[in-house]
Ligand binder design. Structure first.
Ligand code: NAD
Length: 496
């Protein structure tokens, strides 16, 4: 049981004022995992004041000095890697090896890479008689979701700290314990007081106070579109810089020359990563109409590649989706844990029921509770066919293990039209035997990242959305740019 009673503010653990605690459950067995403070607006204000106090000193340090602190912080995180992975498995339900390699491996890579990215920024340059400077944008509020909790925290706070911003982190109330460990690592690494503050609580209780606070300069938010709109409106009242990383309904386009067997099996896998709770989940598989029934058969059998498991006792030999520098291909066989919460399960099951009601055909799965899983927030991997573009399962982000097959008339033009037929624009994929043809289609898709034929995720390339998937970019040097301001100093003629 994790029982936490404090926020991390101004370099020390500050006992929460309210005796109320938020309860966190283990999604695999529904047992109470622990409690965290339900932060208050006063505690939000305390954290902002600490970040404001710390800003001048931190921002004025050299890149080399800040790099040294980031390296110490990274080392302290690495020392907790196994515990972080175990904690994320317990709070999110990700299978153990997925937690170790992706949920923890990826954020460590992000932290590790900051000094290199900082060395790529042009911190000052001359433009005629002007000196152009890049400076830390100020006090940053980072608000993060639960699905890749440490990765989303790292993608914001590592670059923000690197460039000299001070930060208040408000992690998801569904998966807060990894952020606790992160604060412990910051404390052990002796980050200067107030440079990183972590406040626990709900969006309404503490998140909105942070976003609205007049002393905050930047709000970096990852989460749902609904909350993103609220955050954006609140922040606009004091004209803050806002970055939004929101949802997706990403198309996986199989062109008519692709290897159908391979592409459909991979397509099923790409929709099931982290039990479908991935913002870039390729949740729409577009196949030429004449190949639809073949695709249905392949998809129905590929579901067997994704058994449900108790995430802490993952079956040996079933590989999770992994991130590693050496990974050439996405495995098509990996296990699925439960969804994160009872609400999330209810929401996903409701979508499945609506899909059936609207006339889509179940190729695999369904709304029923998986046999052998009487407890836990498990949902069967589910595949729909006979879908139409107006169905809610096709239009809306489900955020669960649900894949929709969509049939296009076979031409590349109609594939592109269908791929772009969504208010979202976060990710996409194109599969073809002809890489030039795939690239031509990829260029026409309105999305922030498009992968061609099993190309793997690049944690140093810019990440973010087109259209209603948000704005701003994270990761790589683009991640640092998001937390910089630009200043021009006009210099007088020499001798004046
Ligand atoms: P959510 O919007 O419910 O919550 C996200 C965070 O916002 C939480 O920390 C929450 O406490 C906080 N919050 C809620 N109301 C708030 C308010 N009024 N003011 C300030 N903060 C508030 O999202 P979630 O359920 O945690 O995450 C799932 C969503 O996140 C999905 O839609 C998914 O697509 C999206 N997501 C996007 C990306 C991306 O990079 N584009 C990555 C991961 C997840």
């Amino acid at each position: 049981m994790y029982d936490r009673e404090s926020h991390y503010i101004g370099g020390r653990w500050v006992r929460a004022a309210k005796s109320d605690r938020l309860v966190v459950h283990n999604p695999a067995d529904e047992a109470v995992l622990g409690h965290v403070p339900a932060g208050t607006p006063d505690e939000a204000a305390l954290a902002v004041a600490a970040a404001v106090r710390a800003f001048d000193d931190w921002a004025s340090r050299s890149v080399a000095e800040r790099s040294e602190v980031i390296r110490r912080f990274t080392a302290c995180l690495k020392g907790r890697a196994a515990l972080l992975a175990k904690t994320i498995t317990e709070e999110v339900g990700s299978p153990a090896s997925f937690s170790a390699r992706v949920q923890v491996g990826l954020p460590l890579l992000t932290f590790d890479s900051q000094p290199t990215h900082a060395s790529e920024i042009v911190w000052h340059q001359r433009v005629g008689h002007s000196m152009v400077l890049r400076e830390a944008a100020g006090v940053v509020v980072a608000i993060t979701p639960w699905n890749y909790p440490l990765h989303q925290i790292a993608a914001k706070i590592a670059p923000a700290l690197m460039v000299g911003c001070t930060v208040i982190l408000k992690p998801s109330e569904l998966a807060p314990f990894n952020a606790y460990l992160l604060a412990e690592a910051a404390d052990e690494a002796e980050l200067p007081d107030g440079v990183l503050n972590v406040v626990f609580g709900t969006g309404a209780g503490v998140g909105s106070s942070l976003v609205a606070h007049p002393d905050v300069d930047v709000v970096s938010f990852t989460g749902s579109n609904e909350t993103g709109r609220i955050v954006s409106e609140l922040a606009s009242r004091s004209v803050k810089q806002v970055h939004l990383e929101l949802g997706g309904k990403s198309p996986n386009v199989v062109l008519d020359d692709a290897d159908l067997e391979q592409c459909v099996a991979e397509g099923v896998a790409r929709s099931m990563v982290n039990s479908g709770q991935t913002c870039t989940s390729l949740s729409r598989l577009l196949v030429p109409k004449r190949l639809l029934s073949q695709a249905e058969e392949i998809a129905a059998s590929a579901v067997a590649n994704h058994p449900l498991v108790d995430p802490s006792a993952e079956v040996e030999g079933i590989r999770p989706t992994v991130y590693s520098d050496k990974l050439a291909h996405l495995p098509t066989t990996f296990a699925l844990g439960p969804l994160v919460s009872a609400n999330q399960r209810e929401r996903v099951v409701d979508f499945i029921r609506r899909g059936v009601h609207d006339g889509a055909r179940l190729v695999a799965g369904g709304p029923q509770r998986p046999s052998g899983f009487d407890q836990g927030y498990y949902v069967l991997p589910t595949i729909f066919s006979n879908t139409t573009p107006d169905m809610s399962i096709v239009r809306e982000e489900i955020f669960g293990p649900v894949l929709c097959l969509q049939a296009y008339d076979g031409s590349d033009d109609s594939a592109v039209t269908m791929a772009n037929e969504t208010p979202y624009g976060l990710a996409a994929a194109v599969r073809s035997k002809d890489p030039e043809r795939a690239l031509a289609v990829a260029r026409r898709i309105r999305a922030g990242q498009v992968e061609i034929n099993q190309a793997r995720f690049n944690p140093f390339a810019p990440f973010g959305g087109f259209k209603q998937s948000g704005h701003g970019r994270e990761l790589g040097t683009w991640g640092l740019e998001a937390f910089l301001q630009t200043k021009s100093i006009q210099l007088p003629p020499s001798g004046s």
